[in-house]
Structure formats: structure tokens, C-alpha cells
Design a protein around this ligand. Structure first.
Ligand SMILES: N[C@@H](CCC(=O)N[C@@H](CS)C(=O)NCC(=O)O)C(=O)O
Length: 213
């Protein structure tokens, strides 16, 4: 049996479909519709104890035994180690991959995610403080990325890595957090290069929603 991916059509879900396509690993998709509360079923809780997508089950994990993995950063590292791709061996690039993956997991995901939350509020009293705070920080993070990409083709340096897959899936949502990539030309150049890759395009095209009844 191939890797089983449990995901929905969100940046964190897309990180894994993009990585699996780029890595060429066979997998099957199980849509977990978080809008319908499917992340709270007892079956899903067994593989994702924090009740969030994405999660995977690899029937051929360490020692040939099945293993489940939750948290998208942990899944990306697990898959990169399994296939030996997008996981630079050069020590400096390896550390840079970890740094930028952790940057995404700790900041460039949780922060624009708050923009997505506050921007959808109708009541201006509830919306404005949170929106201003998290918009400002989101722009600061785009500036951090722009400076990194001014001197580097990819986040780890000259090698494409899982850090790029993690970050591109949040930049994909730049229209939703109202960032104009023209203000961040190095991010724009990198984003367009990533989105032109056939593997990335396949990863974004994988159906991660239930088919309409
Ligand atoms: N740190 C986690 C975050 C996962 C996450 O926030 N998943 C969201 C969708 S993008 C989710 O499942 N939300 C459902 C819920 O919170 O009930 C990861 O990177 O895997």
C-alpha cells in the first residue's frame, strides 16, 4: 500500500500534496473536510492527536512497520528523509533548510493565518485591532523573505528544499492576506519559478475537497 495522505485544501494541506508530487512518491488522498468537522472523528484522532490536517500514514515506515506522522513540518522532514530529495546534504544548506522550515512553521503560517481570521470579521471593533496587528507582522515577514531571496535562488541557497514547499503554500494565499507581490520582487521571482514547476502544479491540482454531491 502507498502513503495515505489526510488533508484538506489549505496551505498546510497543500504543502504535503506538493511535496509528494515533487518527490514522486506514490500516495492516496483522504479528504478531511475541516469545515464539516471531519478532523474530530475518533479515527482521525488516532493519527492526528491535535485534530488538525495534514497527517500521513506510511504503511512502510521505519523497519517496514506502519507509522503515522502529524504536523506538516514533521511530515515534510519524514518524507525528505525517506526519499533523500529536497533535503540538502551540504551542512550549511541543511541548516538553512531547517531554519526556513521552522520560520514558516513558527511565523509565516500562524501570522498570515490570523490575517485570514480577522479579515473575515464583520464587526469593525472585533476586526480592526487584530487585522492591523497581523497585517503589519505579515508584511514584515514578507520583507524577511525578500531579503533572503535577494541573494539566494531558494531558501536553502542554490538547492530547492522542503523549506520552499512549506513557504510557497502560504505565499499561494497572498491574495487572501492582501499582499501585493510586486512590493516584494525577490519573493515574486521565486514564487513564479516555484509555481511554474510541473510537480508543484500537480500538487496544487490534487483534489483536496469532497466532490460535490
Ligand atoms: N502546525 C500544524 C497546523 C495545522 C493546521 O492548522 N491545520 C488546519 C488547517 S490549515 C486545521 O486542521 N484546522 C482545523 C481545526 O483547527 O479544527 C501543521 O503545520 O500541521
Amino acid at each position: 500500500m502507498s502513503i495515505q495522505l489526510y488533508a484538506f485544501d489549505t496551505p498546510n494541506g497543500r504543502k504535503i500534496s506538493v511535496a509528494l508530487e515533487e518527490m514522486g512518491l506514490p500516495y492516496e488522498v483522504h479528504v478531511v473536510d475541516i469545515g464539516k468537522g471531519e478532523q474530530h472523528t475518533p479515527e482521525f484522532l488516532k493519527i492526528s492527536p491535535n485534530n488538525k490536517i495534514p497527517a500521513i500514514v506510511d504503511p512502510e515506515g521505519a523497519g517496514g512497520r506502519p507509522i503515522s506522522v502529524f504536523e506538516s513540518g514533521a511530515i515534510l522532514i519524514y518524507l525528505a528523509e525517506k526519499c533523500g530529495k529536497f533535503w540538502p546534504k551540504d551542512p550549511a544548506a541543511h541548516v538553512a533548510t531547517l531554519e526556513w522550515l521552522m520560520f514558516q512553521m513558527g511565523s509565516f503560517g500562524p501570522i498570515p493565518g490570523q490575517v485570514h481570521h480577522f479579515i473575515a470579521m464583520d464587526d469593525p471593533d472585533e476586526r480592526n485591532y487584530g487585522l492591523a496587528r497581523f497585517m503589519k507582522e505579515t508584511h514584515r515577514l514578507y520583507g524577511v523573505m525578500d531579503r533572503r531571496l535577494a541573494d539566494n535562488e531558494y531558501f536553502a541557497g542554490s538547492e530547492l528544499s522542503i523549506a520552499d514547499f512549506a513557504i510557497v503554500c502560504w505565499v499561494w494565499r497572498h491574495p487572501r492576506h492582501k499582499v501585493d507581490l510586486a512590493d516584494y520582487p525577490h519573493v515574486k521571482r521565486w514564487y513564479e519559478a516555484l509555481m511554474a514547476r510541473p510537480g508543484v502544479q500537480r500538487g496544487f491540482a490534487v483534489p483536496l475537497r469532497h466532490a460535490a454531491a
